[in-house]
Ligand binder design. Structure first.
Ligand code: FAD
Length: 621
């Protein structure tokens, strides 16, 4: 049967990429359909119940700055908030929240159900409708055909998903969910490069069987951070404690004894796992001299006793899992509620995508999230938002919006994937961004919300709040620049003891704020009492302290932008450029960069090769 109404955009999959994709498209006013296996699992966290962390919170805040749902849902569901790298510079500071799974999912579902222009339909998608290299719709398991010229696939770990526990394995999208087999087969018929990756999760523990008396407590931070610029502390639920324990020599011995039945070490698993989230058997193997590894014990929610032991992801057989868990301090009598497992799944080489996340071979077909070889909710959400908004722009015959590396972490993410591809699950780190000082989590709104408004992603309330904040920052910065403190004045005396050297001349308050020993609180009151929101004060302080470095980064960006505008023609033959080594020709032909700047970022493409390309392009005119 054909579904009687057409859509502008169909999104397949209601995980982190899919929910942001369909929300973005619908916010832009496009008729959007979300097709997903199960409405109960919208926004489900497949692995650890936490959002944010280093590099990841930058993505969450960018999603938020573009009107997305992840940060607000985190405030609605967060049961412990922390600022990581608090003592380091603002570029690498990151917010992380432990979330109650149920509350987080409920917040996402509520957002989806209340979004105008968005329709949700529960059913697996088995096939795509493609006519002459252009997607026309999707077909569900019961043969129902939905039509749209833009389809975004966000199928996560579900394509050809194979779950491993010890030497046993079975098909599944994640524990308790079906895999997407038919769609996996169908996609393999297209000229898209496909491979396998794997990821894993730890066994979950019943808190009633844990002895907390000897475990180290870990509470959240005060003052408590807020994830969304539209969120606040009052909307956050009750906050709880986490704990820390450790593996020990006995644990490691048990693991080593089980390695012959490990699907990873016996060669049953072929896919490559996440380097930065290794399984415990991987850690024991790779860091053989370490006598102990830390485990963060994180509650899964306020209404459950289930605990997530962060650090012992494993696919060892269940008997080994039980023994290793019970060898750990506090877990001597622990009951495992769900076994740990690994999952292998299909992912597609992101080098077959355009920067809009549309596939190069099928018009209107977009990929976002784990299907592109990334790992993590935040990486998925950011790609989903981008794919959804670009699908909506295509529906309106508008050009794609592709943020640059110096504008957003999502720009870094997509550029890394497309320029270099990935052979292992890709996760975001601040070290991946060369313009870290510009791409801070605290200024995501200042960087992106105006663009988001132009793209049609930002509603009136959000826009007004943003404009108010921006104006407050401008006014307060100007006030500090216009207010002068004379040497010997009352104000100068108030600063004595705080400043390293006493004031010998006249300074503006803004100049004083540049001093490392002074913060906004120290100087703001010196010129009358002005009420300024925490977020406004933070912007001004960072601006004052880092403005020198920030403008140097900006100059470098402006210099490099010239290459950003040097484009290769569509069918450019990289093998025809004389003087390039065969290796460089191969790399360029595989990646097919659209601009000289992107060619420059491909590993192995030397400055000399870039010069040759530039000369060749100039000669061609
Ligand atoms: P998902 O969240 O997987 O969502 C996919 C959605 O698509 C689901 O709702 C599914 O039902 C739906 N779907 C799939 N196929 C179809 C179809 N044919 N028709 C209709 N609907 C469909 N990340 C980390 O950062 N660190 C970790 O340690 C980590 N460990 C993990 C361990 C396991 C066992 C798993 C399963 C995941 C793990 N992840 C980890 C990854 C994290 O869960 C994903 O990166 C993130 O959820 C990806 O989001 P997504 O939207 O791409 O896909």
């Amino acid at each position: 049967m054909n579904f009687p109404e057409r859509f502008d955009v169909i999104v397949v999959g209601g995980g982190h990429a899919g929910t942001e994709a369909c929300l973005a498209s619908a916010r832009m006013g496009c008729r959007t359909l979300l097709l997903t296996h199960n409405i109960e699992t919208l926004g489900q966290m497949s692995c650890n119940p936490a959002i944010g962390g280093i590099g990841k919170s930058h993505l969450v805040k960018e999603i938020d700055a573009l009107g997305g749902a992840m940060a607000l849902a985190t405030d609605a569901g967060g049961i412990q908030f922390r600022v990581l790298n608090a003592r380091k510079g603002p570029a690498v500071r990151a917010t992380r929240a432990q979330a109650d799974r149920v509350l987080y999912k409920a917040a996402i579902r509520q957002t989806l159900e209340n979004q105008p222009n968005l329709w949700i339909f529960q059913q697996g998608v088995d096939d795509l409708i493609v006519e002459q290299d252009q997607v026309r719709g999707a077909v569900t398991q019961m043969g129902l055909k939905f039509f749209a010229d833009q389809v975004v696939l966000t199928t996560g770990t579900f394509l050809g998903g194979l779950i491993h526990i010890g030497m046993q394995n079975h098909s599944g999208g994640r524990a308790g969910d079906p895999p997407a087999q038919a769609l996996s087969q169908r996609l393999r018929e297209y000229p898209l490069r496909v491979d396998r990756l794997k990821t894993g999760t730890p066994p979950r523990i019943d808190a009633k069987t844990v002895d907390f008396s000897e475990l180290q407590e870990q509470w959240g931070d005060e003052p408590r951070p807020v994830m969304s610029v539209r969120g606040n502390r009052d909307m956050q639920p009750k906050q709880v404690c986490c704990w820390i324990t450790h593996t020990n020599e006995k644990t490691h011995e048990i693991i080593r004894g089980g390695l012959d039945r490990s699907p990873m070490y016996s060669g049953v698993i072929e896919g490559i796992g996440p380097r930065y989230c290794p399984s415990i058997e991987d850690k024991i193997h790779r860091f053989a001299d370490k006598p102990s590894h830390q485990i963060f014990i994180e509650p899964e929610g306020l209404t459950t006793h289930e605990l997530y032991p962060n650090g012992i992801s494993t696919s060892l057989p269940f008997d080994v899992q039980m023994n290793l868990v019970r060898s750990i301090k506090g877990f001597e009598n622990a009951h495992i509620m769900r076994p740990g497992y690994a999952i292998e799944y299909d992912y597609f080489n992101p080098q077959d995508l355009k920067y809009s996340l549309e596939t190069k071979v099928i018009g209107g077909l977009y990929f976002a999230g784990q299907i592109n070889g990334t790992t993590g909710y935040e990486e998925a959400g950011a790609q989903g938002l981008l794919a959804g908004l670009n699908a909506a722009r295509r529906a309106r015959e508008q050009e794609a919006w592709c943020p640059r590396r110096d504008e957003a972490y999502v720009g870094v993410l997509v550029d890394d994937l497309i320029t270099m591809g990935t052979r292992e699950p890709y996760r975001m780190f601040t070290s991946r961004a060369e313009y870290r000082l510009l791409l801070r989590e605290d200024n995501a709104d200042m960087r992106l919300t105006e663009t988001g408004r132009e793209l049609g992603l930002i509603d009136d309330d959000h826009w007004k709040a943003f404009c108010d904040k921006r104006e407050a920052v401008t006014l307060e910065r100007q006030r500090l620049k216009d207010t002068w403190v004379q040497a010997g004045s009352d104000a100068a005396q108030q600063l004595e003891g705080k400043v390293r050297s006493n004031l010998t001349r006249e300074y503006s308050l803004f100049d004083l704020l540049k001093r490392p020993e002074l913060n906004y609180g120290d100087i703001a009151g010196l010129a009358g009492n002005v009420e300024v929101a925490e977020a406004v004060a933070e912007q001004i302080e960072i601006d004052a302290k880092y403005s020198g470095y920030i403008s140097r980064q900006q100059e470098e960006i402006d210099r490099l932008r010239a290459h950003e505008n040097t484009r290769f023609p569509d069918e450019f033959d990289f093998t025809a450029v004389e003087g390039l080594s065969n290796e460089v020709k191969q790399k360029l032909s595989d990646a097919r960069p659209e601009t000289l700047a992107r060619a420059q970022r491909i590993p192995g493409v030397t400055p000399a090769a870039v010069s040759l390309l530039l000369v060749y392009l100039k000669k061609r005119g």
